[in-house]
Design a binder for this molecule. Structure first.
Ligand SMILES: NC(=O)C1=CN([C@@H]2O[C@H](COP(=O)(O)OP(=O)(O)OC[C@H]3O[C@@H](n4cnc5c(N)ncnc54)[C@H](OP(=O)(O)O)[C@@H]3O)[C@@H](O)[C@H]2O)C=CC1
Ligand SMILES: CC(=O)C(=O)O
Ligand SMILES: [Mg+2]
Length: 565
C-alpha cells in the first residue's frame, strides 16, 4: 500500500487517485467525492492492488498501468483483454456441472475481480442469473456456513445492539445509495435460515449493479442476526450466526429501530432501504412503521406486486378484456399474495373509478386453512382481513378453483407441487387461455413446473414462474415460459428512486413501474406467449422503468433536491 501525502482533498479528485487505479471504464466513482482522512490517502498498488477486487484487472492491466502501479514481475508478461478473460472464465464456468460450484466460482470472481464479475453477469445474464440468484442462491444460503470463505456485506447481530452506528462506520464505503437488508427468517420458500440469509442481500445487490447500473460501491448488503429458530442450523457446527432462538418483541424492534435510525444518520435521507425476505409477521409492520418517515421498500410485498401487475397488464393482449373483467385466485395469502392482490385492486380502482373496497371483491385468496372467507375474519391476521369475502368455507384449492372460477391463478404459497393436475385441468376447463403464475422460489417450491402447466392445460396455459424453467416441447410445439420475478422491477425501480433523490415510496410509483415494464413486451414476445420481455434486454428495461419512476417521484414531489439533500 502506498501512502500519498496531498495538500488538500481537491488534489485527490484532480489526480483521480481516490479509486487507486484510473477508472478507465467509468463504472464506479462512488467513492470519489467522499472525504478521506485529511491530507493523506492510501492508494492500492503493486501486490495489494492485485488483491483488491474493486480495482484488480488481473492480466488486463496494460503496460502503462503495470509501470504506474508497480505491477512489473507480479504478473506474467501476457496482456489479456477483458473480452478474452470473459471467454476463458465462461469456458471454465461451464465445466462445472453442480450449480453450487457455479455459484462459488462466481462468488470467487466477485471477490477477485469485481469488474470482470459484472462484465460476465451483464453479458451472460440469462445463463448466470439462475446462479447468483434464484434458484441456486437458495441452496447457497442453506449451505452458507460450509461454503463461507470471505465475509460479504455487514452483519448486525444482537451483540452489536447499542453500537449499530459504529458498525456502519466499519464499512469501507461512505456513499451508500441502496441497502438490501434481511433478518433471514423467510429466505425464498426455504424458511428460517438465520444469518445465512446473507446470500440474498448480496445476490439482490449484485443485480442492482448488473441489471440496474447502480455502482457496486454504493450498495450495502446487511443481515440482521437476532438468532434463528431453525434447529438444524442451531445444531450445525458450521453455522455462522448467533446460536440462540430468535429475539422477538421489544428486543427485535429496538434493534431494527436502531438500525433504521443509524442508516439515516450515516447516509442521509435519500438512502434506499429494501427489506427482503423477512417473515410476514415483521415485514408488514416494518413497512407500515417506516414508510412514512424513511425511503423504504419491501421487495416481497411491493416489488412482487409491481412485477405481477406488469405481467397481467401485458397478458391482457393475449387473453383479452380489461383487468376489471378478470377474476383472481391466489394460493398463499402472505407478503407476496396480499401485496399483489392489493396492487391489482388499486389498479382496477384507478381504471374503473370504483372504490378499492369494491374492486377487492374480484380477488380471492387461499391460505393454509383454505379459502379466506368472512366467517374466518376474527381469527385472520390483519393483512388478510380485507380479503375475507362472503362465501361458504372451502378447504381445498381445487374446490376453490371450481367454485370461484378464476381466470388467473397465482401461487404464492412457498409450497411446491400444489397446482396439481386436477387444479390445472379445472382452470383449463373454463378458460380458453388460463393464466397460471407459479411464483414460489426456488424451483423445487414452484407450485407447478412449466411442463405440467402446458401439458395439463393441453398447451393453452399462459405460464410464468418465479424461478426459470427451460422451454417445453408439447404436441410438436415449443412453449417458452416467462419468469415472473421481482428482479424485473427492483433494480430499475431503485435506480429511479436514487436518480430522482426520492425520499418516500408511493403506490403510484409501483404502478408507474408496472406500466413501464408491461410496455416493454414486444409483439415478438407475445407471439411466443410471453408476458415478460426476455432478461437479455434487462438493462434497457431497467433504465426505462427508472425513468418512469423518477418522473412519478417528481410529479408527486417526493424528493429532496441536492441543494437540500
Ligand atoms: N417470484 C417472485 O418474485 C417472488 C416470489 N416469492 C415467493 O413466494 C413464496 C411466498 O412468499 P411470502 O408471501 O413472502 O411468504 P409468506 O410466508 O408471507 O406467505 C405464505 C402464504 O402461503 C400460505 N401457505 C403455506 N402453505 C400453504 C399450503 N400448503 N396451502 C395453502 N397455502 C399455504 C401461508 O398460509 P398461512 O398464512 O395460513 O400460514 C401464507 O399465507 C416464497 O416461496 C417466495 O420465494 C416471494 C416474493 C417474490
Ligand atoms: C424473489 C424473491 O424476492 C423471493 O422469492 O423472495
Ligand atoms: Mg424476496
Amino acid at each position: 500500500m502506498e501512502t500519498v501525502m496531498i495538500n488538500g482533498g481537491d488534489e485527490v479528485y484532480r489526480n483521480g487517485v481516490a479509486g487507486g487505479v484510473e477508472d478507465v471504464y467509468g463504472e464506479d466513482g462512488a467513492t470519489e467525492d467522499q472525504l478521506v482522512t485529511p491530507w493523506t490517502v492510501s492508494v492500492a498498488s503493486g501486490y495489494t492492488l492485485l488483491r483488491d477486487p474493486h480495482h484488480n484487472k488481473g492480466l488486463a492491466f496494460n503496460e502503462k498501468e503495470r509501470d504506474a502501479h508497480y505491477l512489473r514481475g507480479l504478473l506474467p508478461p501476457s496482456i489479456v483483454t477483458q473480452e478474452l478473460q470473459e471467454k476463458k472464465l465462461m469456458h471454465n464456468f461451464r465445466q462445472y456441472q453442480v450449480p453450487l460450484q457455479r455459484y462459488m466460482a462466481m462468488m470467487d470472481l466477485q471477490e477477485r475481480n469485481e469488474r470482470l464479475f459484472y462484465k460476465l453477469l451483464i453479458d451472460n445474464v440469462e445463463e448466470l442469473l439462475p446462479v447468483v440468484y434464484t434458484p441456486t442462491v437458495g441452496e447457497a444460503c442453506q449451505k452458507y456456513g460450509s461454503i463461507f470463505r470471505r465475509p460479504q456485506g455487514l452483519y448486525i447481530s444482537l451483540k452489536e445492539k447499542g453500537k449499530v452506528l459504529e458498525v456502519l462506520k466499519n464499512w469501507p464505503e461512505r456513499s451508500i445509495q441502496v441497502i438490501v437488508v434481511t433478518d433471514g427468517e423467510r429466505i425464498l420458500g426455504l424458511g428460517d435460515l438465520g444469518c445465512q440469509g446473507m446470500g440474498i442481500p448480496v445476490g439482490k445487490l449484485s443485480l442492482y449493479t448488473a441489471l440496474g447500473g447502480v455502482r457496486p460501491s454504493a450498495c450495502l448488503p446487511v443481515t440482521i442476526d437476532v438468532g434463528t429458530n431453525n434447529e438444524k442450523l442451531l445444531n450445525d457446527e458450521f453455522y455462522i450466526g448467533l446460536k440462540q432462538k430468535r429475539a422477538t418483541g421489544q428486543e427485535y424492534n429496538e434493534l431494527m429501530e436502531e438500525f433504521i435510525s443509524a442508516v439515516k444518520q450515516n447516509y442521509g435521507e435519500k438512502v434506499l432501504v429494501q427489506f427482503e425476505d423477512f417473515a410476514n409477521h415483521n415485514a408488514f409492520e416494518l413497512l407500515a412503521k417506516y414508510s412514512q418517515t424513511h425511503l423504504v421498500f419491501n421487495d416481497d410485498i411491493q416489488g412482487t406486486a409491481s412485477v405481477v401487475l406488469a405481467g397481467l397488464l401485458a397478458a391482457l393482449k393475449l387473453v383479452g378484456g380489461t383487468l376489471a373483467d378478470h377474476k383472481f385466485l391466489f394460493l398463499g395469502a402472505g407478503e407476496a399474495g396480499t401485496g399483489i392482490a392489493e396492487l391489482i385492486a388499486l389498479e382496477i380502482s384507478r381504471q374503473t373509478k370504483a372504490p378499492v373496497e369494491e374492486t377487492r371483491k374480484q380477488i380471492w385468496l387461499v391460505d393454509s386453512k383454505g379459502l379466506i372467507v368472512s366467517s374466518r375474519k376474527e381469527s385472520l391476521q390483519h393483512f388478510k382481513k380485507p380479503w375475507a369475502h362472503e362465501h361458504e368455507p372451502v378447504k381445498e384449492l381445487v374446490d376453490a378453483v371450481k367454485e370461484i372460477k378464476p381466470t388467473v391463478l397465482i401461487g404464492t404459497s412457498g409450497v411446491g407441487k400444489t397446482f396439481t393436475k386436477e387444479v390445472v385441468e379445472a382452470m383449463a376447463s373454463f378458460n380458453e387461455k388460463p393464466l397460471i403464475l407459479s411464483l414460489s422460489n426456488p424451483t423445487s417450491h414452484s407450485e407447478c413446473t412449466a411442463e405440467e402447466a402446458y401439458t395439463w392445460s393441453e398447451g393453452r396455459a399462459i405460464f410464468a414462474s418465479g424461478s426459470p424453467f427451460d422451454p417445453v416441447m408439447y404436441d410438436g410445439k415449443v412453449f417458452v415460459p416467462g419468469q415472473a420475478n421481482n428482479a424485473y422491477i427492483f433494480p430499475g425501480f431503485g435506480l429511479g428512486l436514487i436518480i430522482s433523490g426520492a425520499i418516500r415510496v408511493r403506490d403510484d410509483m409501483l404502478l408507474a413501474a408496472s406500466e413501464a415494464l408491461a410496455a416493454q413486451v414486444t409483439q415478438e414476445n407475445y407471439d411466443k406467449g410471453l408476458i415478460y420481455p426476455p432478461f437479455s434486454n434487462i438493462r434497457k428495461i431497467s433504465a426505462h422503468i427508472a425513468a418512469k419512476v423518477a418522473a412519478k417521484v417528481y410529479e408527486l414531489g417526493e424528493y429532496l433536491s441536492d441543494v437540500f439533500g
